[in-house]
Every structure is written in C-alpha cells, then in structure tokens.
Design a protein around this ligand. Structure first.
Ligand code: SAH
Length: 376
C-alpha cells in the first residue's frame, strides 16, 4: 500500500487499527488513543476536513505534531465531465501517473457512486473495454475511499455546506464497485475501504447500500460475505459454459456450476438481501428466449434480481447490442418466473460514462484537461 507521500503518512484510508498505530508512533498515549482516533475520524469522515489546523478540539501542539508527520490526501481530480442527464464522470490521477475513473449517477430516489478498484484489469472479458487496456495495479484503500471523498467535495456534500445528509436525501446514498477492475482480486484494500465507508461514526453507509460486482472470483465471494457483508452483484452474462468461457475467461477456472454453488452459500443470501445478476445483452450471442429460460432454471432458489444491461459499444468491439424487442422478450420471461428484471438505462452516454466504457478516451481527456481541467 502506498501510504507515504513526501515522507509523510497519509491518514486517509487507514483502518482504525492502522490509525492507532500511526498515532502511537507520534507519542499518543494508550489512555488517550481511542479519544484521539474518534476525534480525527469525525473530522475526516463526517466533516470532510483535510487540514489538521482546522481540527479545533485538538490542542495546538497536537495539531502541530499531526501536521509534521501526516497528511490527509485524496486522489488528484484531473478532469470532470457532466452529462446532459446529470451523470458525472471523474478522471483521477494517482501515484505513478496512473489514471482511473469514477462515475456519479443521480436518480430520483438515490445517488449512486460507481467506484474503481484497480487501474486496468486482469480478467480480459471480451465485451469490456477495460479488458483491452493494460493491467497496471491495484488501487490502495486510500485511493478507493478517496474517490468517494473527492466526489463529495465536488458535490458539496459535507455537513456544514448546507446539504442535507439524512440517508434518504444524501447525494451519494449508494456505492457500487462496478468501475474499473475486479474488486475481489484486490480484496484487502476493497474490504478496508468499504469498512471505512460503512463505519457508523463516519461516512456511515449501510452494508445494504454497497454492492460489490464480481465476474465470479469464487474464493473471494465467501470472504466477501464474511469480511464485508455487502450486497453482491455477479456479472453472469451467459447461460452455458461454452459461451461464458468465451466472453469471461475466468469461467474456465470457476465455471457456472461452481459459481452458483458459491452464491447459494453466500451467507447474506436472504430475501431482503438478494443477489443481483448482471446480464449484458449481446446480439445473437446470449439473448435468445432459450437463454432466458435457462437463466431462470440456473438461478432457481437464489433470491435474485436480474439487471439487463444493453451492451455499450466501444470503438473496435466485436459485439452488437441486442434489439429492444429481443431485450423486452428476454426480460419478460425472467419477470414471469418471479424475478425483477429491469433493463438498465444507459447513463452518461454523451460523456462515455456508460458501463464498460471507462477510461475510454483517457488520452483525449488528458489533452483537453490541459486547457480546461474542470468542465461542466
Ligand atoms: N470486474 C467486476 C466489476 C467491473 S464491470 C465485474 O466483472 O463484475 C461492471 C459491469 O459492467 C459488469 O457487469 C460488466 O460485465 C459490465 N460491462 C463491462 N463492459 C460492458 C459493456 N461494454 N456494456 C455493458 N456492460 C458492460
């Protein structure tokens, strides 16, 4: 984990245990440790303060010590674009000059932040644009939780800024780990970051408002149930191993039967906590009525919802989006079998923010950002 910048430790993204170690290293006594952690935690995660000098319930000397040893830093925002539908796409740059994206999707009843967990991805799913990009590295917990903090800065959503922060009215009310990368291949950092996001004395999003999406890393699914406890989404996308092997190569390691068994065992599987099956609609490949019937029989007895995602095309992709009629027929079969089957509306298409398109125009974005860093 890259914690040190300019020789100072970044406290953003540290677990409470790691924060304790950091404070002990600058002489905080055991007697005061818990109080100090609580104080700093609240400044950082409730108030959004990143300047130790503003932490007015700490003594001047202690603030000075913090300032000399630590920083509070979130990823650099290089670029922001706002779609005509309100979707916001952010490009961040982190240590090593690596870039990744985060997307904010406002809806009537919620505001969802789509977070990245890696720069690049190792999975190489053939329909996903990230799969065509080079694998770079895992994001640290700091960089993962920092995405939410930085977007909160942009939305003005810290108390004191006048924005309502009751859960129902929060601008960021939900988090989905559906940006770049495979979260279960960066397990520890994703878990630590989500623990911070769920911490009741800080950002305080409930586990039910966090959805982790995986292409099917089976050993990670069990761990996620035990160590994170958030909701789960599975990029399912095919109903036979033959097709799934082709479009999601890790299916060759953990096939459909193995994956479904892991889902049946996911300890959070209850009716109120159902699993989302994501299903990208690819013309003539996985979108027949037979596929829909097969899908229904595969997920039998799993409390589930099926999110149908019309394929979002990207330059050079070899797939086509299924027709609206085909999608409707597919959705209807699933719905009649008793599963909600919403068709996801593409959001932010004018800013290339839709699913699977992230970092699509990074080079172009970088050129533009030199002249106009924050565009609306
Ligand atoms: N690696 C994780 C999370 C990232 S992908 C996973 O596979 O779940 C987030 C979702 O977008 C996945 O369901 C993915 O399959 C889907 N997706 C990727 N490219 C897409 C595209 N071009 N059109 C529509 N959905 C896409």
């Amino acid at each position: 984990m890259t914690l040190r910048q300019n020789a100072k430790l970044n406290l953003v993204g540290l677990t409470r245990g790691q924060l304790a170690e950091a404070l002990i290293s600058v002489g905080v006594s055991n007697a005061k440790l818990k109080m100090r952690i609580d104080q700093i935690w609240k400044w950082v995660y409730i108030k959004g303060i990143r300047d130790f000098q503003e932490m007015t319930n700490l003594s001047k000397d202690f603030r000075q010590t913090l300032n000399e040893n630590f920083i509070l830093d979130v990823p650099n925002l290089v670029f922001r674009r706002v779609s005509s539908d309100g979707t916001r796409k952010y490009l961040f740059r982190v240590e090593g000059n690596h870039e990744f994206e985060t997307v904010y999707i406002p809806e009537e009843d919620r505001g969802t932040l789509c977070i990245s967990s890696q720069v690049g991805c190792t999975l190489n799913c053939t329909f996903c644009h990230t799969g065509t990009q080079a694998w770079v590295r895992n994001l640290s917990a700091t960089e993962i939780v920092g995405q939410l903090m930085s977007v909160r800065d942009d939305l003005g959503e810290w108390p004191g800024s006048g924005v309502q922060t009751n859960l129902e009215q929060r601008l960021i009310s939900n988090v989905v780990l559906m940006g770049m990368g495979e979260p279960l291949y960066n397990f520890d950092n994703v878990r630590d970051a989500m623990k911070i996001v769920m911490d009741g004395d800080g950002i305080s999003l409930s586990r039910r408002r966090i959805t982790l999406s995986t292409a099917g890393v089976v050993p990670g699914i069990e761990r996620a149930g035990e160590e994170i406890g958030c909701r789960l989404a599975i990029s399912f996308h095919a109903t036979t191993d033959e097709v799934r092997d082709k479009i999601i190569p890790i299916n060759r390691k953990w096939n459909i039967a193995t994956l479904l068994e892991a889902l049946r065992n996911y300890r959070r599987v209850t009716n109120s906590d159902r699993i989302t099956f994501e299903y990208v609609m690819l013309k003539d490949l996985n979108d027949s009525d037979e596929d829909a019937y097969r899908l229904v029989s595969l997920i039998k007895n799993i409390p589930a919802k099926v999110n149908l995602i019309p394929f979002n095309s990207w330059p050079g992709s070899q797939f086509e989006r299924s027709t609206p009629d085909r999608i409707a027929s597919f959705a209807n079969i699933i719905y009649k079998a008793g599963y909600p089957s919403p068709v996801r509306k593409p959001r932010g298409e004018d800013i290339m923010a839709a699913c699977g398109q992230l970092k699509s125009a990074s080079e172009r974005v970088r050129r533009q950002s030199q002249t106009n860093p924050i565009q609306s």
